[in-house]
Write a protein that binds this ligand. Structure first.
Ligand code: ADP
Ligand code: MG
Length: 341
């Protein structure tokens, strides 16, 4: 017969055993997996804490699939490719459930930003040849003429396309371009996938969009660096984040050309057809959805500090603006996460 003390000790041992099993998941140890690679035309950095087999490769597969099956406007078979191919045919395209959700959100941001964020800027992006700048910035850029810009602007305007009941319809000459939000959408999809796997923590960056989940085994918050827009080799500061967060930065240093001393960057103001000139050089948005943060960072960049702040607050997102004089403006919430470098 065991004494009462012995029984208590064995009960305690069982409890500690069960607790450690539940913490590590089926007994195997949580390990840190890291990987760096490229997908969706950008650099992907991954840190995942899990007791599963290698997950970083699965994340890369997910990103490549998202690009080729859904987002790429260059691939005719992708969902966006097919939507664009139907422009002007009176044939509505049926959106997949996920893309429908994204479009419903993005349409609202387009409305609330008064078109500063506009997923129909494609024809303008192509006129400016922005994708070419990314491939070869040495190449002499050709700046479009004002009359070319005005002409192409007639093919831009989110209010001219119909999104309803899970379908989308585009007039002739128009197209949809999710270039501004593809990386944020990717963060949403990654989070959705990793939450289904046995992941205790993760931080993944898809270019300028980042998602954090859970926590590190060794403890302490995730540190997300914010690049100094005028000295990209240095950080402006870091955000200390715990749990699930999405961070997106839009800056005029990401992709640009300089012609005759003028910097032309890749965030266009759909109201003018020219690169946005709102007096800011970077905007960082922190919030609870990748697509939303990415759309807001582009919209806020176009709107500038004052109107951009109002837009971010409307969506209960935190914002950090850096103006062209290097001055910083932050929402109160952002201040509580930000530490200057
Ligand atoms: P990055 O791609 O560097 O993360 P953004 O998220 O701000 O930067 O997206 C810029 C891209 O979005 C451009 O390359 C272009 O394809 C597209 N774009 C440019 N201006 C706008 C705009 N006002 N609204 C929506 N998309 C835009
Ligand atoms: Mg963006």
């Amino acid at each position: 017969m065991k004494s009462r003390f012995e029984k208590r000790v064995s009960l305690l041992i069982i409890m500690v055993f069960l607790l450690s099993v539940s913490m590590t998941g089926c007994g195997s140890k949580v390990q840190k997996q890291t990987a760096t690679g490229t997908a969706m035309g950008t650099v992907i950095n991954q840190t995942i804490y899990t007791n599963e087999d290698e997950l970083t490769g699965q994340v890369m597969n997910l990103l490549n699939g998202l690009e080729s099956d859904t987002l790429s406007w260059r691939i005719a078979d992708s969902e966006i490719g097919q939507i664009n191919a139907n422009a002007g045919t009176e044939k509505e395209s049926t959106l997949s459930k996920e893309l429908e959700q994204d479009f419903n959100l993005l349409k609202q941001v387009a409305i609330d930003s008064n078109g500063a964020f506009d997923y129909t800027v494609g024809p303008l992006v192509q006129l400016w040849n922005i994708d070419e700048w990314a491939v070869n910035t040495e190449k002499e850029a050709i700046i479009p003429t004002d009359s070319q810009i005005q002409e192409v602007l007639t093919q831009v305007g989110y209010e001219r396309i119909t999104i309803k009941d899970g379908t989308i319809l585009l007039p002739k000459g128009m197209n949809v371009d999710l270039g501004a939000v593809g990386k944020g959408i990717a963060c949403d999809r990654i989070a959705e996938y990793l939450k289904k796997e046995k992941v205790t923590g993760a931080v993944i960056s898809v270019g300028g969009s980042i998602v954090t989940l859970g926590q590190k085994t060794e403890g302490g918050p995730w540190q997300v660096g914010i690049v100094n827009p005028r000295d990209t080799t240095h950080l402006l500061g870091t955000l200390s984040l715990e749990g699930e967060w999405y961070v997106s930065t839009s800056g005029d240093y990401e992709r640009y050309v300089e012609v005759d001393g003028i910097r032309y960057h890749h965030i266009l103001d759909p109201a003018t057809g020219y690169p946005a000139n709102s007096g800011v050089c970077s905007v960082t948005i922190l919030g609870d959805s990748g697509a939303l943060c990415d759309a807001l960072s582009t919209a806020c960049f176009v709107l500038g500090v004052e109107e951009g702040m109002q837009l971010a607050q409307k969506y209960e997102a935190e914002a950090l603006f850096v103006d062209t004089n290097g001055k910083q403006y932050m929402t109160e919430g952002m201040q509580s996460y930000f530490t200057e470098q």
